[in-house]
Each structure stands twice: as structure tokens, then as C-alpha cells.
Design a protein around this ligand. Sequence first.
Ligand SMILES: Cc1cc2nc3c(=O)[nH]c(=O)nc-3n(C[C@H](O)[C@H](O)[C@H](O)COP(=O)(O)OP(=O)(O)OC[C@H]3O[C@@H](n4cnc5c(N)ncnc54)[C@H](O)[C@@H]3O)c2cc1C
Length: 395
Amino acid sequence: MNINDSPEEAAFRAEVRHWIAEKIPASELGRKQGIVQGPGVGDKTMTPVRQAMLEQGWRAPHWPKEYGGAGFNFGQMIVFKEELTRAGISEDINNGMDMLAPILIAYGNAAQKERFLGPTLRGEIGWAQGYSEPQAGSDLAGLALRCDASDEGFLLNGQKIWTTKAYNSDWIFLLVRSKPGTKKKQDGISFLLVDLRSPGVTIRPIRTIDGFEHFCETFFDNVRVPRENLVGELHQGWKLAKGLLGHERFSHPTSDPMLIGRALDNVKAAARELAVGEGAMWDDPVLRRRVAAFDMDVDCLRYTRYRALTKVLQGGEPGPETMMFKLFGAELMQRIVELHAEVIGPLSSVWEHSPFPEESGETARHGANIRAATIRGGTSEVQRNIIAKNVLNLP
Ligand SMILES: Cc1cc2nc3c(=O)[nH]c(=O)nc-3n(C[C@H](O)[C@H](O)[C@H](O)COP(=O)(O)OP(=O)(O)OC[C@H]3O[C@@H](n4cnc5c(N)ncnc54)[C@H](O)[C@@H]3O)c2cc1C
């Protein structure tokens, strides 16, 4: 794989840079950490960046053009992402755009694509992910939300938990137990699209240590769902569920080497600024060796990820190897954020509205928020099990 820009990629890079300079307001550039979004920003909020992307036809770089996507090829995807991150623009994973849409494109029927893809792209519909339940997180196939099927549709009873941003979403994609008592628990699961304004749905936010209430408990009490909201075949939802998880792990910001590299740049900048005796903290060779080791880790992740992205963009599905990026990236990001805290000391725990003007609270919030990176989308322990089995073929 040639990692230098081809003439076409160099021209595209210049086009993206020009677009950023022309169309993105300065207030949206240069975000330090990038992935902590306040409670006011939902998946469907059309921020100035998202609006500019939509107008340019670049809001969904990875979707095919026929569904309103940019239809970028492999090289363009990399260049586009790199230039956004370089400019300090970065987004948390978007439930509808990054997770549901690839599944609808692959498995949805024409009516479902027509009804949901365009409005999701334009920010008219925001989506929540209804996978985890109190007794089914790592063991997702143990889910129990009851779904009684009839000719008219489905009747739902049960609970989901950790449904991020459900409070400001309109719809939820849901895994339900449509056939209880199957020999294999992966059988008998269906994949439904449910309007969160349906009678019988109750959403309760949960506050987390970063100070936000992104999480919710979502309850379903005799909720009726029309038959046409079933995606794929009845009782065969596990295949879709797994495919969606592959897209979630792939799109996750903590597996993005550019973003992790930027976190490391923050460490370097802080160490250069902080005076120690006559010099700066950056003069410490031990610190510089630790930073260099992280730099090499970021490069390893970058090039291994390019290989897997090539496969996806050539029409393959994300495979179990994508687990390695999320596992490695999330742990690497956490270690870099910990080093940042070590370098800036007590300032790392200063929140907004403090008397210390140096920090905006972003570092503190990011430090708290990043603890979740090794849990969401599958915990590190469970991913090690899966890699051992599916990638390394260990017994
Ligand atoms: C920020 C964030 C956002 C999330 N957003 C959503 C969302 O929008 N929708 C949604 O459905 N879910 C969401 N989740 C839930 C997430 O998918 C689960 O937290 C995750 O799958 C782990 O499940 P659990 O919390 O039930 O932990 P458990 O499965 O109960 O695990 C508890 C501990 O036991 C360990 N463990 C469990 N099984 C094994 C095993 N076989 N071997 C070794 N160790 C094991 C785990 O690693 C963990 O340390 C989110 C989570 C986070 C942190």
C-alpha cells in the first residue's frame, strides 16, 4: 500500500483544505480534544460543520452516492478524515449515520431506505441504539426484551439501558427477543426500528462522571410497532446486530489514529509550555522517550487501520480484526490522556468556571469521559476473548 498522496489525492486534499478555510467558521476549528460533546449537541443537531458538509454533498462520506452520500473512495476517505482532524474538527460516533445507515443500505428494503436515509442525513431524525439490557451487556445475545409478533405488527415489553442520547432522539434501533427458548440464544432475535414517541415508551436519563446525562434507561410497556419496521427477516436479527457492531467499532473516535495523535500533540504542547527550573518539562529525556513510544503506537494503529479500511472500501464487511483497533486505540487514548494529566498536574482536574484561565474544563471532562472508551461498544476484556478466538484461532 502506497501511503503517499497520489496526484488525485493531493488535489482532493487541497480541495478539502480550501473548503474548510472557506466554509467552516473559525469557532468550529481547533477543538482540543474533540470528542466530548455537550448535552445540547445531539446526533441530529445540524452544527455549522454538519450543515457545510451537507451543502457540499460530503455529510456522509462513506455512503454510496445513490443514497445521498459522497461515495468517496478509500484514498478520499482517508484524506477527508485527516484534514478534518488536522483542522480540529472531530465528531463523536453518530448512531444513525455511522451505525444504522450501513445496515439499512445492506439489509433494509426500498421503502425503509427511502423513509429513513434522507431524513437521517439531513438531521431530521436522530437515532438511539437499543442493544444493552441490565442482564445483557457483554453477553448481548442474552437479551430478553419481549416481542410478541402478530400479522399487524409487534408488541414490546421490557427495558434497555445505556441508551446514549435517547432523550434527544426520535427513533431507536432495537434488538428484541421475538422467539424465546431457542436452542442457540443468538437465534430468535429481531432487529426493529421504533418511534420513541410511541405510547408506552419511557426514557429516564442517567448522569455520568463527566457531568453529562448522555445515558438513559428506556422502558417499553405494551409498545406497538408496525410490521413494516422490521429490518431483515423475523428472528434473524443477530446477523444485522453483529454487522452493526463492526461498524460501531470501526467508526469509534478512539480507534481514530489522527484523533489519538492529536491527544499526544496536546501532551507535547503542554510539556513545552510548562517551565521546570531554567528549562521546560519537555527537556526531560524520560518524558520524551515515553512520548516517542506513544508516537510509534499511533503509527502502528494508523497503518494497520488503513489495511482494514481498504478491505471495507473494496466491498468487504468489517471483520473481527476491527476489534483490535477499538481495543488498542481506546487503551492507547486512555494512557495518553493519563500522561497529559501527569504533565499538567492538578490543572487536569479543573472544570469550567474555575479561577484558572489556562484550562477550559475540556481536559478534565475528556479525562472523565475517556474512561468509558474501554467499555462502550464491547469491553476490553471481552474483545480480548473474541480476538483470541476469532483472529488468533486460540482454543
Ligand atoms: C459511553 C457508553 C455508551 C454506550 N452507549 C450504548 C448505547 O447507546 N446503546 C446500548 O445498547 N449500549 C450502550 N452502551 C453499553 C455497552 O455496550 C455496555 O456497557 C458493554 O457492552 C458492557 O456491558 P455491561 O455494561 O453490561 O457490563 P457487563 O457485561 O456486566 O461486564 C461487567 C464486567 O465483566 C467483564 N466481563 C463480562 N463478561 C466477560 C467475559 N466473558 N470474560 C471476561 N470478562 C467479562 C466485563 O469486561 C466488565 O469488566 C454504552 C456504554 C458506554 C460506556
